[in-house]
Design a protein. Sequence first.
Lengths: 337, 288
Amino acid sequence: MKFGNYRKLLPKIVVGLLIALIFILPVFTTSLVTLSKFVQIGFWAIAAMGFMLIMRTGQISLGQATFMGLGGYTSAVFMVKFGLPFWPGFFMAGIVAGLVALAVGVVAVRAGPIAFSIITLALAEIMRIIAVSWEPVTNGSKGLVITPPTHIMLGNFEINFATSAVPNYYFIVILVAITALIFWQIDRGRLGGIFRVIAVNPTLAEHQGIPLTKFKVLAFTVAAVFTGFAGSFYAHFLGVMSPDMYGLWQSIQALMMGIVGGISSLVAGPIVGAAVLNSLSDILSRLPVYSIKPTLFGAIVLLVLLFLPKGTGLIDLWRIFWSKVYKEKPITTDNTH
Amino acid sequence: MPPAGILVDGLVQSCIYMTMAFGMVLVFSILGILNWTHGQFYMLGAFVVYYAVTAAGIPFPISILISGGVIGGLGMLVGRYVIERVNVPGLGLLYVTAATVALNFFFEGGAGMAFGLEDKGLYNALPGVLDLGSFSVSYQKIAVVIFTLVIMVAMYVVLNFTKIGLAIRAAAQEPGAASLYGVSVGRLSIIVMGIGCALAGMAGAIMAPVYGVNPFIGGLPLIMALLAIIIGGIGSLTGAIVGGLILGLFSSIVPYYLGYISELALFLTVITLLIVRPQGLFGVPIRR
């Protein structure tokens, strides 16, 4: 081919332009309403990525809200009760979420994949009860009022999170980018292969000398750390942390965004799923119909699972689209992951 | 010793958790998956009996059977058109969990849209109380206990002394060998799905006069049935019954002493049990 393989290049250019657009978006708009939608999408994208990382090892966590709430509460308590600034609390949020996931994971993983789902579901409920009833620390159901991240000085240039939405927007973009890079490296490296073999054929994995429990707990912990970071930042962005913010529905939303985006894709799928479902949720919450959101979300997940090829989601429609446009051989999808 | 009324309440709750957990384990033993929509079948069963009694004027006991039939049919449809289609070999567990969790919220939201969110009472279906000297028990609660006993005996008879029960036990033990002996495991799994869902629907129906009906009543029985299954051991029918009994009594006696924190005690007990015995009380060691 004369001009290089432009057919393969064009999709990459489109994706690159989209990413560039995300980075220069504040040039076009600095309105709080628009940018906070993007912050929300970024937060959900990280949560959904965490869910998908756990799902890579063949387990379904129905308690991702635990780690969002744990992250939020850790840095909120550090700020309100100990008077610390945002940054130490932010890193502690990830560490605490990771430690809890490690402790729970060791127990839950041993009991098998079904019990894992049930225990993570119960864990979210336990966390809610603790948050409500441990009043001296969490302020009970009244919640904690917190401030946005403390400002950073770069020479003479001040990045102030409190006055404008733009720094918050860039914060979440960078957080999503870091999470995506790390998860992408995990997915394409040796660890990703190990996760997949654990999910698809645990017996084979065990006979290859792979310690199942260790890697399942590892995936659970890594997912929890990043969900904790995201939860911490999101709580500071909203300025409040209360027990009602993270419940079963929030855990399920992480599941739905991951699945709708595409089961086979660890990074792009959750981002697309979070963007689609979050925008949809915004539209639906303006409608005067009660409980249409769970109905429609459930229906969308079911449609994706039933009618798209197994292991794919919305992100794969994009690939199929490009292969159709250029009359290439369509990408076949297997149902292994 | 807590008052007798609390023990009776615990027994009533045990009955519901037992019926729910039994249905779920029955489905699990054939299909190898947990049906996370089970709680919504409970809720829909309550709605069916509510509309059968108030709108159609059918007597309450017959309405319960109608509810079982309707929900059993719905369960069969779900089994045929959702679970069977996503239960791919290898990763079926993930797909089925995701699909049934989604279906759970689809039903909950759908019921909210169709029937409204407010509480609907069916409180005069079985009026009257039985006076036992120091305390009294309403006929509705007695009906729940009797209903559960009847269901359990019926299930025991069906599973042990009928041809379909033999087929179910065979398919649960060794699906390959069962199909060699002429058991259609695929069709059987649909039937079992129907039975399990009918149990959930009837449990919801019998509880409708006790607690009232709204779209959100399915969540708690689902979680409790799941915990009962974990306590008893995943895949064990005896375990489901014993787990349900323990949980029902636990969740009504412990709050009497501990109040709001009792849920925490409940979950911590379950987790402690899992540390000591990951396969549950009656479970076989886990096949991972």
